[in-house]
Design a protein around this ligand. Structure first.
Ligand code: SF4
Ligand code: SF4
Length: 336
């Protein structure tokens, strides 16, 4: 029997479309090649498909009626439940029904349900502030289990909503997950405590960061243009954030940190409201509140004091410079 392609349907709700923008920038391979090699056929995606209006509605109706199987439902953007839980802030044009109702109906028949981005997973940026639109994720509302589908939700495959969190996602986080699903190799062991794929959350953003040498000696940047580590003063959460951004470069080159901006832990629920500026490190008695994952406070304080006392002049100088002011020098060659 010939294996049929897996059908994928993509809906966008309360988001900025940045996850799609990131996804279509996939390289090595590009998105179309990646989907083709996984044997995935896109029933509809707002940026990849020609159908609009009635055409899209017809596709969704054929899926919900069971005429067309739905193997993978992807949602990008938060579910907008307002006002007062009616969902009428976000209607599916031409159907007279809220988008959240369509999402619920499609999720009920889908083999796998994938939340693409932190909005769809946890509510994300769309749920920040007063959240008048009553935005939530598919299975979470911030850190609280629930969301639109309820935390106990299981798709037809028996898996919970797969939260490919990030704001935006790295394209490979999703394409890798889709390939694992297509190969029948995505099981419960493939997700972490927030149902995020461990393929990228088994790492910390800190891993592979080009500023690690500065971190080791607590040689800290003071301005966003400085070369030093951004943990002490500029709010970098790379030592706590779960993602492989500095191991798997973005757009073939770097990460937020390489671009001179601290990690804001965007793969984590609630990242959108840290309670302080994204570029400031909250401290108590001069000690950063957010310490590295797994590190007891006393150890951090002791190691930081020791490191600071031993910081080489090169790192101390370069940490607060916007270019390499003191280059490394080979000891075999005497200085003039
Ligand atoms: S997760 Fe971020 S990038 Fe993706 S749709 Fe939401 S706001 Fe945009
Ligand atoms: S704390 Fe941030 S800037 Fe410093 S080394 Fe780690 S990831 Fe890089």
């Amino acid at each position: 029997m010939t294996k049929r392609p897996l059908n994928l349907l993509w809906l966008q709700s309360g988001g900025c479309g940045g996850c799609t923008l990131s996804l279509i920038g996939a390289e090595g391979p590009d998105l179309i090649t990646s989907l083709a090699t996984a044997g995935i056929e896109v029933l509809w995606h707002p940026s990849l498909s020609a159908e609009t209006g009635r055409g899209v509605i017809a596709i969704m109706e054929r899926v919900t009626s069971g005429e067309v199987p739905l193997d993978i439902l992807c949602l990008e953007g938060a579910v907008m439940r307002g006002p007062n839980g009616t969902g009428r802030f976000h209607m599916m044009a031409g159907t007279g029904r809220p988008v959240m109702d369509w999402i619920g109906e499609l999720a009920a028949v889908a083999g796998h349900v994938v939340a693409v981005g932190s909005c769809a997973a946890f509510g994300g940026i769309t749920a920040a502030g007063a959240n008048h639109v009553e935005a939530c994720g598919l299975a979470y509302e911030g850190t609280e289990p629930g969301g639109l589908l309820g935390h106990g939700f299981l798709s037809k495959s028996g898996l919970p909503v797969i939260n490919v969190a990030g704001c935006p996602i790295h394209p490979d986080w999703l394409t890798e997950t889709l390939h694992q699903i297509a190969a029948g190799r995505f099981d419960r062991g493939q997700v972490d405590e927030w149902e995020r794929p461990v393929s990228y959350t088994n790492h910390l953003v800190h891993h592979g960061c080009s500023r690690n040498e500065f971190y080791e000696f607590k040689a800290s940047a003071e301005r966003l243009c400085d070369l030093g580590c951004m943990m002490e003063n500029l709010g970098c959460k790379g030592t706590q954030a779960r993602a492989d951004c500095n191991i798997r470069p973005w757009n073939g080159s770097g990460s937020c940190i390489d671009g001179g901006y601290p990690c804001i832990n965007c793969t984590s629920p609630g990242f959108e409201e840290p309670g302080h500026s994204f570029t400031a490190t909250p401290k108590v008695s001069g000690i950063p509140v957010g310490l590295p994952t797994d590190m007891p406070k006393a150890w951090f304080v002791a190691l930081a004091a020791l490191s600071k006392a031993a910081t080489p002049v090169r790192l101390k100088t370069n940490a607060t410079a916007d270019h390499v002011a003191v280059p490394p020098h080979d000891k075999q060659k005497r200085r003039p």
